[in-house]
Design a binder for this molecule. Structure first.
Ligand code: SIN
Length: 282
C-alpha cells in the first residue's frame, strides 16, 4: 500500500491496495494506522455499489445510523447526501466532526462520490491534534479543565424556527429535531482512543462551555474554532467520480464547501459507531 500526503498537516491518497475485496488483517491495520496518522485517506477510481461500500466499512466496526437523516430504502446503513440544482444549502457545511451532538460520536465516516459538479464541491479537513499542539502551554492547561455542550445542527435550525427539510431541501431524507434536544458534554481536550494523543475537540455543534453562559463561552469557542482551521492546518480533498474517502472523526474536522450553485452533487455516506469520549490530561 502506497500513502502519499496531500498537504503538510493531514490527508493522504492511498494506492496499490484493492479495497473492493475483503482486507487481510495486515491491510486493515495498515489503513487504520494511516488514518490515525493522516486523518483522512482517499482511494481513487473505486467502483462501489452501496452493498460493497458497506462491506468495506463494516471492517472498521459497527455501523452508526444518523439520528436525523434516513438511509437509502434499499440499504439503510447508507445515507445519501444530495444537493440538487434548486437547493441553496448543502449538508455538511461548516467545520464539524460527525455526531459530536451524541454521547458516543462516530469513529469513522466513509464518503463515496456518486455525482459531482464539474467544478467545486470539494471537502476541507482540519487536524484537531495539531490544533491542540499549537496552543500555548497556558491555553493547553486551561482547555484541559473545560467541557463543551453540544447540539445537533437540526436542533439548532429548529431553534431558529427552520426545518431541516426547508433548509436542505427535500432531496435529503431528513428527520426533524426539536430545539430542546439534550445538550451533550464532551471534554475540550479529547484523548484519541488509539494513539492516546490529545486533540482540541471543538466544532460547530459546540454551542457553549459547561457551566458558562453562551456569551461567556463565545470568545474561547470562537478562538479555538478559528485556530483549528488556519490554512496551514487544513487539507482540501478534490473529489473525482468514484473517489472513496474515509476519515477519523476523533482526529479531524471537515467542512463541505458550498461553491456550486445550480449544480448537483450526490454522495453516499456510511459512519462507524464510536464510544464515549475521554478527557486527556497532561
Ligand atoms: C458530511 O459528512 O459532513 C458531508 C461531507 C461532504 O459532503 O463532503
Amino acid at each position: 500500500m502506497k500513502v502519499d500526503q496531500i498537504a503538510g498537516a493531514l490527508g493522504a491518497d492511498v494506492t496499490e491496495i484493492d479495497i473492493s475485496a475483503p482486507l487481510t488483517d495486515t491491510q486493515l491495520n495498515a489503513i487504520k494506522v494511516a488514518l490515525w496518522q493522516h486523518g483522512v485517506l482517499a482511494f481513487r477510481n473505486q467502483i462501489m455499489s452501496p452493498a460493497q461500500q458497506l462491506s468495506f466499512v463494516k471492517q472498521f466496526g459497527e455501523i452508526h445510523y444518523h439520528p436525523h437523516v434516513k438511509g437509502l430504502p434499499e440499504q439503510p446503513e447508507v445515507m445519501e447526501i444530495l444537493k440538487r440544482e434548486e437547493d441553496l444549502h448543502n449538508f455538511g457545511s461548516g467545520w464539524h466532526t460527525d455526531q459530536m451532538f451524541t454521547p458516543k460520536p462516530a469513529n469513522y465516516t466513509c464518503l463515496y462520490a456518486k455525482e459531482l459538479p464539474d467544478t467545486g464541491g470539494d471537502t476541507l479537513f482540519a487536524c484537531m491534534r495539531n490544533g491542540f499542539r499549537t496552543l500555548s502551554p497556558a491555553m493547553q492547561k486551561l482547555a484541559q479543565t473545560l467541557e463543551t455542550e453540544n447540539r445537533s445542527f437540526a436542533a439548532q435550525l429548529s431553534g431558529r424556527n427552520q426545518t431541516s427539510a426547508g433548509y436542505f431541501g427535500t432531496g435529503m431524507r431528513t428527520k426533524e429535531a426539536t430545539a430542546d434536544e439534550t445538550l451533550i458534554k464532551h471534554p475540550v481536550v479529547r484523548k484519541h482512543p488509539e494513539t492516546g494523543d490529545p486533540v482540541l475537540y471543538v466544532g460547530l455543534h459546540s454551542i457553549r462551555l459547561a457551566g458558562f453562559t453562551e456569551d461567556e463561552s463565545k470568545p474561547l469557542l470562537d478562538f479555538w474554532k478559528t485556530h483549528l482551521v488556519q490554512p496551514e492546518n487544513t487539507a482540501r480533498l478534490r473529489w473525482q467520480p468514484e473517489t472513496l474517502a474515509i476519515w477519523d472523526n476523533r482526529l479531524v474536522l471537515h467542512n463541505a464547501i458550498n461553491d456550486y450553485p445550480g449544480k448537483r452533487r450526490r454522495m453516499h455516506r456510511i459512519t462507524v459507531a464510536g464510544a464515549a469520549t475521554q478527557r486527556w490530561t497532561a
